[in-house]
Design a protein around this ligand. Structure first.
Ligand SMILES: *Cc1c(COP(=O)(O)O)cnc(C)c1O
Length: 454
C-alpha cells in the first residue's frame, strides 16, 4: 500500500466513524475555534508529514468542533444531508479530478450532466428543453436566472447588455414582500437594486391582485417578476397560476425561487403546491437541500437555453446557435470538478419513487412536529399548511427566546430562532433524508422540556 492509499483508507475510516456518531451525538459543536486551532497546531511545519498522519490529525483535531449538520436532528436552516450514493460519488469526483468545462474534453462529465438535467426537468415538471446550470447554491442559481431575465427583457426593449446597463432602459423588478434575502443579494450583484415589493398574505404568499395592480402602474417597462415556491417560515407557495397570468399580460420575465420547495413537484401528494409553476421563464433550486446532495449544489433552470447562454456564456451572444452549449456556458462560474456527478448519483439511487418518498417523508416529519408542538401548553403553530417547514411561538417573544436558548443548551436537536412578521419564532426545517421517527420524537421531547423550564 502506498502513502496515498494509506491516506485514503484513513479518511474512509474517519468518515464512517463520523457518520455513525451522528445518531447519538449532541448536535451543536462541542469545542470553540480556539480549541480547534490549538488541536490542529498553528505553526507551519518546517518539513513534510506523512499524508495518512495529516488526515488523522485533521480528523481527530476537528471532530469536537463539528456540528451535526448531516444528522437526523438538525432542523436549523434548510441544509439537507448527504444521500449515500451522492456522498460516495463526491469522493470519486475528487479522485477523478476532472476539469469539466467543455464537452469535448470532459465527455464523462457532460454525459452525466445531460442525463441529470433531463431527469431533473422531468421530476420537477419543467419544460424538457430548458437549460440546467449547476451552481454553488440557490443564491447563485437565482443570480444566473435573473441575469438571463435581465438581458432578455432589455433585448426585447432593443437594448444589448453588452453595451452595459448605463444608458439603457431601467429594468423594473417586482417581488413578493416575503421573498428570500438571496433575491435581494442577486439583484444587487446584477446592478438592478432593490425590488419593488408586492403585498404578501400572512403565510408569505404574494397577492395576485396586488401584483396585477403594481404591474398596471408605472407604464410599460422591461419587467421581471419574482415568485417563490416554498417560504422558509411557513413553507407556503405563491399562487402561480394567477400570478404568472398577471405577469404574462405585462410581458414580464417570470422567475421562481424554489430553493427547497420546487421539489414538491416530484411528489404526487404535494405537486399541487407548484401548479402553474411550469409556465415561468426560469427557476432556481438547490440539490443540497431537499435532494440531499453534499454541498455545494444549486440548479439554475432557464426555459430558453439561448437566453442563459447569452448572459453567462463565454461568447455571450444570443445568436450563437450550435446545438449544445458547454457546461460552462450556463453558469457564472463552473465548478471544474463537476457538480452534476453527485446529482446524477442521488437521482440514480433514489429513482422516481425514491425522490417522491423523500419529499413525502420530510413533510410527514414536519407534520409530526406541527402536531406535537400544537399540543404543548402555551405554544402556537403559525403555519396554515405544512410542507417541510414549521413555525411556532411560545406565548410571547421573550418566552420563545428562552425556549430556543434552553433547546440549544440541551443539544438534542438544533432548531433556529427567527423573526417572522415582527415576532420571534421557532423555525423547524425538515430537510434531511436520514431523519427517523425516533429523531423527531427525541426532538419533540427536547422542545417539551425546554418549554416546561422556560
Ligand atoms: C436557501 C434558500 C436560498 C439560498 O440558497 P443557498 O443554497 O443558501 O444559496 C434562496 N431562497 C430560498 C427560498 C431558500 O430557502
Amino acid at each position: 500500500m502506498d502513502a496515498r492509499e494509506r491516506a485514503l483508507r484513513q479518511a474512509y475510516g474517519h468518515a464512517v466513524r463520523w457518520l455513525e456518531s451522528l445518531s447519538d451525538r449532541r448536535v451543536p459543536a462541542g469545542a470553540s475555534v480556539d480549541e480547534i486551532v490549538r488541536a490542529l497546531g498553528a505553526e507551519l511545519p518546517d518539513g513534510p508529514s506523512t499524508p495518512a498522519d495529516v488526515v488523522d490529525l485533521l480528523a481527530t483535531a476537528c471532530e469536537p468542533g463539528l456540528t451535526g449538520f448531516p444528522g437526523g436532528r438538525f432542523y436549523g436552516f434548510v441544509v439537507g444531508g448527504t444521500e449515500p450514493a451522492a456522498l460516495a460519488a463526491d469522493w470519486l469526483v475528487s479522485a477523478w479530478d476532472q476539469n469539466c468545462v467543455m464537452r469535448a474534453v470532459s465527455p464523462a462529465y457532460t454525459a452525466a450532466e445531460d442525463i441529470a438535467s433531463a431527469w431533473l426537468l422531468d421530476l420537477l415538471g419543467l419544460p424538457s428543453d430548458s437549460a440546467v446550470g449547476f451552481t454553488t447554491g440557490a443564491t447563485m442559481a437565482n443570480f444566473t436566472c435573473l441575469a438571463a431575465g435581465r438581458d432578455a427583457v432589455l433585448r426585447r426593449a432593443g437594448w444589448d447588455v453588452g453595451d452595459g446597463l448605463a444608458g439603457g432602459p431601467a429594468v423594473r423588478v417586482i417581488a413578493g414582500a416575503d421573498r428570500h434575502m438571496a433575491i435581494d443579494l442577486a439583484l444587487r450583484y446584477l446592478g438592478l437594486g432593490r425590488p419593488e415589493l408586492v403585498k404578501a398574505d400572512d403565510q408569505g404568499r404574494i397577492e395576485p391582485e396586488a401584483l396585477r395592480h403594481t404591474l398596471a402602474t408605472g407604464g410599460r417597462r422591461p419587467t421581471i417578476v419574482i415568485l417563490q415556491a416554498g417560504d422558509i417560515h411557513s413553507g407556503a407557495f405563491d399562487p402561480f397560476v394567477e400570478a404568472i397570468r398577471a405577469a404574462r399580460e405585462a410581458d414580464a420575465w417570470v422567475h421562481v425561487d424554489g430553493a427547497f420547495g420546487l421539489w414538491a413537484a416530484a411528489s404526487p401528494q404535494y405537486a399541487h403546491l407548484t401548479a402553474g409553476c411550469t409556465h415561468a421563464d426560469s427557476w432556481a433550486t438547490d440539490a443540497h437541500k431537499t435532494l440531499n446532495v453534499p454541498y455545494d449544489s444549486g440548479l439554475a433552470i432557464v426555459r430558453d437555453p439561448l437566453a442563459v447562454r447569452a448572459a453567462m456564456g463565454l461568447h455571450g451572444d444570443y445568436l450563437i446557435q450550435d446545438e449544445h452549449g458547454d457546461p460552462i456556458d450556463k453558469v457564472p462560474e463552473l465548478s471544474r470538478r463537476g457538480r452534476a456527478f453527485t446529482v446524477w448519483a442521488a437521482l440514480r439511487s433514489l429513482g422516481r419513487s425514491g425522490v417522491a418518498d423523500l419529499v413525502e417523508r420530510l413533510c410527514r416529519h414536519a407534520c409530526a412536529f406541527a402536531t406535537g408542538i400544537a399540543g404543548i401548553d402555551g405554544a402556537t403553530v403559525l403555519n396554515e399548511v405544512v410542507f417541510t417547514q414549521v413555525c411556532a411561538e411560545f406565548g410571547n417573544d421573550e418566552r420563545t427566546e428562552r425556549v430556543l436558548a434552553r433547546l440549544l443548551e440541551d443539544g438534542t436537536a438544533w432548531i433556529s430562532g427567527s423573526t417572522w412578521h415582527g415576532r420571534r419564532v421557532m423555525r423547524i426545517s425538515v430537510s434531511n433524508w436520514s431523519t427517523t421517527d425516533d429523531d423527531v420524537t427525541r426532538a419533540l421531547d427536547a422542545i417539551r422540556r425546554a418549554s416546561l423550564s422556560a
